[in-house]
Design a protein around this ligand. Structure first.
Ligand code: SF4
Length: 432
């Protein structure tokens, strides 16, 4: 292991865009005094679990690479990267390698500062995370309210949601619809992603009306990340209400690490419940419509690689977050992950998708700034016969997916009753 901090920070070469993205996630960035972020950038949104707490940027190129770069966390103050503004353009400098990279700062949209009809600033309802709209629904996660607290150790939701944070607690359907309508009209948003934290086993039931309203009154793809339910029939109901994508944040693959760092999920949910729900929905919806979300940089890397192999083997899409020791979380003093480890992880992400034929990058206009997307990780693998076959298959699928997508972003009537879950096959209404 290289223990020389200067050598750990240097590459002595120019990085490609995916390598730069990963290195920025790992090391963060310092802001030079030439920058005017209040004028030029999106606000630092302390929303949801806190992963989006940094600076939204994209690296221009044939494919824009979006990322949310850590700025506020302790490790970022020691970063070799510095953001500077020169003649109205922004560049990222690697101060040891003497390399500079052009980047763009997406400005904060006007609707962030407008109010809903209930008088709430729309950026307290939802924020852009890349090109999609991210919204935390419902009350603060119950793991933050228990005594003693049982929150996931990396998470800052309990600080970000509610009076002390930037995210409004208990948003109404009306507030969410108005914000999503503005985001679609003015920022071109076509994907709304909800997450919920733990809502005492009612997360799916509480989310259904929001899903239906987006489908009927906005017209957008809808993703839902909620704590899994053992009542698997509820996923059928949510699909009828309009969910296009489910994600399951089981975070750590090693069962001992899961128990250690996710005490609430261990005691109240179990890791197996995540696997059951993910496998059920993946079978039901087909390849690439479900994500397994994990964090790389807490458990040993071999466990992260096993997680990627497992997730892709069941036809799901690995959403891998590079661990960020977020300010205010129980792990804020942890080191950020090593660049070389993260390169291994994201190479495996692309290889896993390729090996299992998981479609990636087919849905237009969904760029996620919180993670390194498989389409970004493509730059980390050597082209091979398997690579070219996979790329050909994706190219053939693209027109059909484009057609489905164009239909999916039109408002439409949903027949399912989102306020009352159907009676389950056991004859018992299990929503209570
Ligand atoms: S389930 Fe864990 S990560 Fe999600 S909001 Fe609750 S404490 Fe945070």
């Amino acid at each position: 292991m290289n223990t020389d901090p200067i050598k750990c920070m240097s590459h002595n070469r120019r990085l490609n865009a995916a390598e730069l993205e990963i290195d920025l996630f790992c090391k963060g960035i310092r802001i030079h005094e030439s920058c005017d972020l209040a004028r030029d950038a999106r606000v630092f949104a302390k929303a949801r679990a806190g992963l989006g707490s940094g600076l939204e940027i994209y690296i221009p190129g044939q494919k824009r690479i979006w990322l949310n770069v850590p700025v506020l966390e302790n490790f970022a103050s020691k970063s070799p990267y510095e953001l500077r503004r020169e003649n109205e353009n922004y560049k990222v400098y690697h101060t040891l390698d003497k390399e500079s990279y052009d980047i763009e700062l997406p400005p904060a949209p006007d609707w962030y500062f407008r109010q809903t009809s209930t008088g709430v600033e729309m950026q307290k309802i939802g924020v852009l995370q890349g090109t999609y709209l991210g919204i935390y629904l419902h009350d603060v996660c119950s793991f933050w309210k228990s005594d003693p607290r049982e929150n996931c150790k990396f998470c800052a939701t309990g600080i970000n949601v509610g009076p002390a944070g930037t995210d409004k607690q208990k948003k109404s359907v009306r507030e969410v619809v108005e914000t999503a309508q503005a985001a679609k009209a003015e920022s071109g948003v076509t994907f709304v992603h909800f997450n919920t934290g733990f809502q005492d086993y009612k997360g799916l039931d509480l989310s259904a009306p929001f899903v239906k309203a987006i489908k009927e009154e906005v017209g957008a793809l809808v993703g839902l990340q909620a704590i899994p339910s053992q009542e698997l029939w509820k996923y059928d109901w949510l699909i009828d209400c309009g969910v296009d994508h489910f994600s399951f944040c089981y975070e750590l693959h090693n069962p001992d690490e899961f128990a250690k760092y996710l005490p609430g999920k261990q005691r109240m949910i179990t890791q197996q419940a995540f696997f059951d729900a993910m496998e059920y929905t993946s079978r039901k919806m087909g390849k690439g419509r479900v994500s397994g979300e994990i964090i790389a940089g807490i458990e040993p890397i071999e466990d992260t690689l096993k997680a990627i192999d497992y997730i892709t083997s069941i036809g799901a899409f690995p959403t891998v977050c590079i661990f960020r020791p977020v300010k205010g979380s129980d792990m804020e003093d942890w080191p950020s992950p090593a660049y070389d480890d993260m390169i291994r992880v994201f190479r495996r992400v692309y290889e896993g998708c390729m090996k299992n034929g998981i479609p990636v990058g087919l849905t237009p206009n969904i760029e996620v700034s919180l993670i390194v997307q498989p389409t970004d990780a493509e730059q980390l693998v050597e082209p091979s016969l398997q690579y070219y076959l996979y790329k050909t298959k994706l190219a053939l699928m693209r027109p059909l997916v484009g057609m489905i997508y164009r239909r999916a972003i039109q408002p439409r009537t949903i027949r399912a009753d989102a306020d009352h879950p159907p009676i389950s096959s056991t004859g018992k209404n299990e929503s209570a």
